[in-house]
Design a binder for this molecule. Structure first.
Ligand code: ARG
Length: 569
């Protein structure tokens, strides 16, 4: 089902194309009408003609049928388009009758690998992993809604030199005591203790180093101990995902270790293609265009001088696996902005080696940091990592008090949890992902303003209308006589556009803005158009229909953000 925007474009584009091949009408939403066409001036300039004359010529050629009610030439040559009421009602009817609510399917049906969350074994997840998990999950949901095949990859840090000390610490504590510690989710204490011993005790340091060698050499007993650390950590991550309502499961975990068997092949292939350069014993690739502060070429280190492989080699192997084995058309990396250069270099090298090629696009979906009230990195008062699990619990407690203060509600524990997760996720997703944001409970849990609870409440309030209808009342034919009804309808039909533009730049904040404005538009409608006390039966049926679609769009939109929409609040 084409959106109204697509239908409008399908009339505009050929007329523009006829005057100057390839000319873009530059269709935008407008404050003055439903749409504004901004492309006439550019077109006229290119032809050396008067823009108003060109506008008149275009208007004469446009045949919108009953799609558009009026076209107005404004200013130097803008076109203002007003959709007809029948176009709006029939589009809304079509939207309401599909479970996708009109979201367009991607005709290419791409396979998209989404690399997100990626915490590190035996370390607490921090707010950076929260951002990655929340943004990544929303993108997966959005992509799936457009018919893409989404493959989730949780690239956990489960390999490397720290595992020597972690395994030795596990042995010192005794296996069962260590497991008991870890299963309580006390990952940071475990890590910090191991680190402290490593720094203070030479014997422990030697043992740790020997243990790394055993681990890399595939010693069975060492691997068994390593697997305990990984399993306990993954179990902990899983509990956080469950709590947050993030769709990642254990099956999506393909940690750094997964790519070990592929690393030799990466080096061999780069070597065969003549891309490897020896730099003080390290095997490097120098992708063109990357320099350090001194202007010297910057290497991507594939194999270190001690023969060990690092982060970059693993990411190169992962690209090959994702393209060659998984058949990825796109790979999204939902990772913090500080890793931008790492990914640019990895993608550049993968291009040089022909692993990405024409067939696959790799995109770093970067995000900014979460800051504390002091505008510094969000940390505990003692300067430690904020424990994600504790954070989620605190949110639920706070949401519970906020709800209780508003009056008694059924099932308060469940709703408080839904509201808390909604608040945390919405405050994260609604900030332009590139920007930093300050973590603040009061703001995110407020029932006013652009917050999760406000949207959840807007949805629950519409549902409550349906609990109060008289027997025999049902949604019926849409009429759109009142200005506020039309405005709401206009907003509702642009839901598919909001989804499309969100995915164009992988910016869930666009969908957040859309939903917030929709809730506001609903409020204006509700204030000026009584529903249950509508003047006559036909108006009531029409308004109920508007309410029904508005509730569905809000619930669906929240769902695409990974936020639940309680029926009552
Ligand atoms: N584990 C890393 C961290 O905690 C993030 C990994 C991101 N993904 C990747 N393919 N490199 O910072």
């Amino acid at each position: 089902m084409p959106s109204l925007t697509e239908r409008v474009l399908s009339v505009l584009t050929p007329v523009f194309d006829d005057i100057a091949p390839g000319a873009d009408p530059v269709l935008r939403s407008s404050d003055h009408a439903d749409y504004q066409v901004n492309g006439v001036m550019g077109l006229a300039k290119g032809l050396g003609r008067n823009p108003r004359d060109v506008a008149i010529e275009i208007v004469a050629k446009l045949d919108f049928g009953d799609l558009v009610e009026s076209i107005e030439i404004a200013g130097p040559g803008f076109l203002n388009l007003t959709l007809s009421t029948t176009a709006l009602t029939s589009q809304l009817d079509d939207m309401g009758s599909t479970s996708s609510l009109g979201i367009a399917r991607d005709p290419l049906e791409p396979v998209v690998v989404v690399d997100y969350s990626a915490p590190n074994v035996a370390k607490e997840m921090h707010v950076g992993h929260l951002r990655s998990s929340v943004i990544g999950d929303s993108l997966c949901r959005l992509l799936e809604a457009t018919g893409a095949t989404v493959i989730r990859r949780n690239h956990v840090g489960d390999w490397g030199t720290p595992f020597g000390m972690l395994i030795e610490h596990l042995l010192d504590l005794g296996e069962s005591a260590a497991v008991a510690n870890l299963s309580m989710g006390d990952l940071n204490t475990f890590y910090t203790q191991a680190r402290a011993k490593f720094d203070a005790d030479d014997d422990f340091k030697d043992r740790s180093r020997a243990r790394v060698v055993l681990l890399q050499g595939g010693d069975e007993e060492t691997l068994r101990l390593w697997r305990i650390l990984v399993a306990e950590s993954v179990r902990y991550f899983d509990a956080v995902y469950q709590d947050l309502g993030v769709l990642l499961t254990e099956a999506d975990v393909h940690g750094e270790s997964f790519y070990n068997p592929l690393l030799d092949g990466v080096v061999a292939d780069l070597d065969a293609k003549g891309l490897l350069v020896d730099s003080n014993g390290a095997a490097c690739v120098f992708p063109p265009g990357f320099t350090n502060r001194e202007g010297e070429p910057l290497p991507l280190i594939v194999r270190k001088s001690d023969e060990g492989y690092g982060y970059a080699a693993t990411d190169l192997a992962a690209i090959r696996d994702r393209v060659e084995t998984l058949g990825a058309d796109k790979i999204l990396y939902v990772v913090g902005a500080p890793q931008a250069q790492h990914f640019e270099m990895v993608f550049a090298v993968a291009q040089m080696a022909g692993w990405l090629g024409e067939q696959c696009e790799a995109i770093h979906v970067a995000f900014g940091s979460v800051l504390g009230p002091d505008r510094k990195m969000f940390k505990t008062r003692e300067g430690g990592t904020v424990k994600l699990k504790a954070l989620l619990e605190e949110g639920t407690e706070r949401a519970r008090s906020a709800l209780a203060a508003r009056g008694a509600i059924e099932d308060i524990d469940r709703v408080a949890h839904q509201v808390a997760m909604g608040a945390i996720k919405f405050s994260d997703l609604s900030t332009d992902r590139q920007r930093d944001y300050i973590f603040g409970w009061d703001r995110m849990l407020a029932f006013e303003g652009a917050t999760g609870p406000y949207l959840q409440y807007a949805h629950a309030r519409i549902r409550s209308i349906f609990r109060r209808v008289d027997a025999g009342d049902a949604p019926g034919e849409l009429l759109l006589e009142h200005e506020a009804e039309r405005a709401l309808a206009r907003h509702l039909v642009s839901f598919p556009d909001a989804v499309a533009s969100t995915l164009e730049t992988y910016s869930p904040s666009k969908l957040c803005t859309y939903l917030f404005e929709l809730a506001q538009s609903f409020t204006s409608f509700y204030e000026s158009c009584p529903v249950l006390k509508a003047p006559d039966a036909a108006t009531k049926a029409s308004r109920l229909a508007l309410c029904e679609i508005a509730a569905s769009v809000l619930a669906k939109g929240l769902n695409l953000l990974g936020i639940e929409a309680p029926e009552r609040m």
